[in-house]
Design a protein around this ligand. Structure first.
Ligand SMILES: [Zn+2]
Ligand SMILES: [Zn+2]
Length: 195
């Protein structure tokens, strides 16, 4: 899986190169590394920035408060969520590209500069880069069953009708206190984290 990620990453780098963005030019954009994240996040991916460039310091004054922001970083650590790797290559690449745009100066958020590059890539290569992805659609497209339990700690199953649902927190008396609203059956809980 890690090798597949590296291969797709290189494809993305090449595509950026073809439209004049030499993303691996460390002097210009900083150093970028990419891994599959250790934990299952809800997000497709993230880009953790390190070593802010002092030349790109921006100070915003809100009343008496000064908010310091940096618009360029020397290190970028991209993490792609493991569940993304189960999807189609173009969706994985879409995620990689999204995070690569965040490595460009003034693109750390989803503002106008981010949109500019997203549109450029969407128009040049048919990407579908947006602020947030559509999980349900991407799973369907990849023929992978959509289960949005990435962030849940507990799975609850009704022993009567087998319906399932997910919870982040669970009252420890849950199975004693509650019955299924559909069939009146008892619940069984499965801890997803310790599994
Ligand atoms: Zn983003
Ligand atoms: Zn039931």
């Amino acid at each position: 899986m890690e090798q597949k990620l590296q291969e797709l990453f290189i494809e993305c780098v090449k595509e950026l190169n073809e439209i004049g963005i030499d993303i691996q030019n460390e002097k210009q954009y900083g150093k970028i590394d990419i891994i599959i994240s250790k934990r299952n996040n809800k997000r497709y991916g993230c880009c953790k920035q390190e070593e802010p460039d002092r030349r790109y310091k921006i100070i915003n004054k809100i009343g008496r408060r000064r908010i310091i922001k940096y618009e360029r970083f020397n290190k970028h650590h991209i993490e792609i969520s493991p569940w993304v790797m189960k999807l189609e290559n173009d969706i994985i690449k879409n995620t990689i590209m999204h995070e690569l745009i965040h490595c460009l100066p003034f693109c750390n958020n989803h503002g106008s500069e981010f949109k500019k590059y997203a549109n450029l890539l969407n128009n040049s290569y048919g990407y579908d880069i947006s602020r947030v992805g559509d999980k349900r659609q991407d799973f369907e497209k990849s023929n992978v069953e959509f289960i949005e339990n990435n962030n849940y700690k507990y799975k609850i199953i009704c022993k009567g009708c087998n319906q399932e649902f997910f919870r982040k927190r669970l009252n420890r008396y849950f199975t004693r206190k509650y019955r299924c609203a559909k069939c009146g059956g008892r619940f069984e809980t499965i801890n997803l984290v310790n599994k």
